[in-house]
Structures are given as structure tokens and as C-alpha cells.
Write a protein that binds this ligand. Structure first.
Ligand SMILES: [Zn+2]
Length: 282
């Protein structure tokens, strides 16, 4: 029982020190109160460095038509994010890249607005509206600061767990915290630690992402179709990477369908309408 006092000290000190050292409490764009250990600028810096690495490691897609399609969807969504959520994208340094990774079904937007699409997700997107649905969802994770919330939660958990495990020392804790930061900015699988977004985060990103794509002029009815195609692709097999961190199920599809009336209202008044846009050509 020698460890118990140490555990109690950590248990009490972690929340205390976080509250003293400027833990931020803010409201996200959907009105939910959230807590953050790190400032946006700190996480943006980490994310930008990780993204620069991604660009060095991964070749760009050589398909100029697909590149142009992904870029223009990105620019249209970013324009709406800047227009409607100026405070929440403060300090963002937006960038969109389509990487040649045909076997990887994945896409992400890091804190600070660095967006990556892998070519492996394009068949599931199928058309511009499909790209807008996936990208809108990912952008909204960043606007909602879900990664930042995730790292806050895992750092507190790490501190408690490590504090309880005597003899591991601070270097181990730092290593775990570093992994948590990497995971939060979207590189979890590469550092051997996956922290899935919670169901609530997914639901928030679905709701806000649907609105974002509709405001940008893309047919919101395409959003639930993505998840139908995604489920079909995974079949009875192990889910693709994108799915493993994005639990997909019938209730998610049903929710996206139930949100259609609100999304259609935004689509109706969108200044430009592109419908489903161009089909993806392979
Ligand atoms: Zn998600």
C-alpha cells in the first residue's frame, strides 16, 4: 500500500495544477462547454510539424482532375467555416492535400486546419458532394476542438495511471503525453496509440459537418450515402482505418437522415449550388 499516498497526491495535484496553469474552459460552436489543457496555438504548431512530415513521406496524387476536385471542395468548405465560425478558426493556417495512398481509406483535418485526403477514400466519396460530406465532418472535428479535448482527457488519465504505477518515473509519463498529443492531432496509428473520438464527438461532427456541406452548396442527402457505402465496403471483414476510429452503424445513418430537413433548409439558401457535383473518375 506504499503507492497509495503517492497516488492520492497525483489524484489531487493534477486537477489542481491544471486549473492553476491556465486550463481553458470554452464553449464550442454547438454551445457545449469544453476544457482544454493546451492552447490552440501550441496544438497548431505540433500539428503543422506533423503535417509537414506527412507531406515529406507521402507522394501527392498525380491525378490532376481528382486533385482539382478535392481542392475546390476544400476551398468552398473553408470559405463557409471562415464566414460562419470566424472565432473558432482563429489562427488556422488552412491547407488541403490529396495523397497517393490507394489502400488507405482515411481523411483528417488537424487542429489548425491542415487537411489530408488519401486516394483510398475517393471511391467511397464517389462524387464532389461525397468529398464535401467527409471533409465537412473532419473540418468540424477541428472547429469543435475535439482533438484538443481528447488530449486533455488522456493527459489527465495518464497522469493518474502513471502516478499510481510506482517506479515508472516522469520520462515514461512524458512519453505517454507525447503520444497523446500525436494521437490528438490525428497521427495516433503511427505512434501506436489510437484514441478514438467518442460517440458524442462523432455525432457533433456529423451534425455540424452536414450543415457545413449544405451551406457550401453540396447536396446534403449524399452524406448518409457515404456511410452506406462505407459499411458495404467493410462487409464482414475488419473495418478500414477510417471506420475503426469512426464507429459507423445504422443509427448514425438514421441520424444523418433525420437531420436532412434542417440541412436542406441551409442548402436551399446557399448562394451557390453544386448538387452532387462532378463524379469521381478513375
Ligand atoms: Zn469523425
Amino acid at each position: 500500500m506504499k503507492w497509495l499516498p503517492k497516488f492520492l497526491i497525483v489524484f489531487l495535484l493534477v486537477p489542481l495544477s491544471i486549473s492553476i496553469t491556465g486550463c481553458q474552459r470554452t464553449e464550442n460552436p454547438l454551445g457545449r462547454k469544453t476544457t482544454h489543457v493546451f492552447s490552440p496555438s501550441y496544438l497548431h504548431k505540433q500539428a503543422d510539424a506533423a503535417y509537414a512530415d506527412e507531406k515529406k513521406k507521402n507522394p501527392q496524387s498525380a491525378n490532376v482532375v481528382q486533385q482539382a476536385l478535392v481542392q475546390r471542395v476544400g476551398q468552398r468548405l473553408i470559405a463557409i467555416a471562415k464566414r460562419d465560425y470566424p472565432q473558432h478558426c482563429q489562427g488556422f493556417n488552412w491547407e488541403v492535400n490529396l495523397f497517393e495512398k490507394p489502400k488507405i481509406v482515411n481523411a483528417y483535418c488537424m487542429p489548425g486546419g491542415k487537411i489530408a485526403f488519401y486516394t483510398g477514400i475517393l471511391p467511397i466519396c464517389r462524387n464532389e458532394a461525397g468529398v464535401a460530406a467527409v471533409m465537412g465532418h473532419e473540418i468540424c472535428h477541428a472547429l469543435l476542438r475535439h482533438g484538443s479535448e481528447r488530449v486533455t482527457r488522456s493527459m489527465v488519465v495518464n497522469a493518474l495511471v502513471i502516478g499510481a504505477a510506482i517506479g515508472l518515473g516522469s520520462s515514461k509519463m512524458q512519453e505517454n503525453n507525447r503520444k497523446a498529443v500525436m494521437a490528438a492531432i490525428g497521427l495516433g496509428s503511427q505512434v501506436g496509440l489510437i484514441l478514438p473520438f467518442s460517440r458524442n464527438h462523432e455525432s457533433e461532427a456529423d451534425r455540424m459537418g452536414l450543415e457545413l456541406m449544405a451551406k457550401a452548396g453540396y447536396e446534403p442527402a449524399e452524406a448518409p450515402e457515404i456511410w452506406v457505402r462505407m459499411s458495404k465496403q467493410s462487409g464482414g471483414q475488419a473495418p478500414p482505418e477510417f471506420l475503426s476510429t469512426h464507429p459507423s452503424n445504422q443509427s448514425r445513418i438514421a441520424e444523418l437522415i433525420s437531420l436532412q430537413p434542417g440541412a436542406q433548409a441551409h442548402y436551399k439558401v446557399a448562394p451557390n449550388k453544386y448538387g452532387k457535383g462532378e463524379d469521381m473518375r478513375f
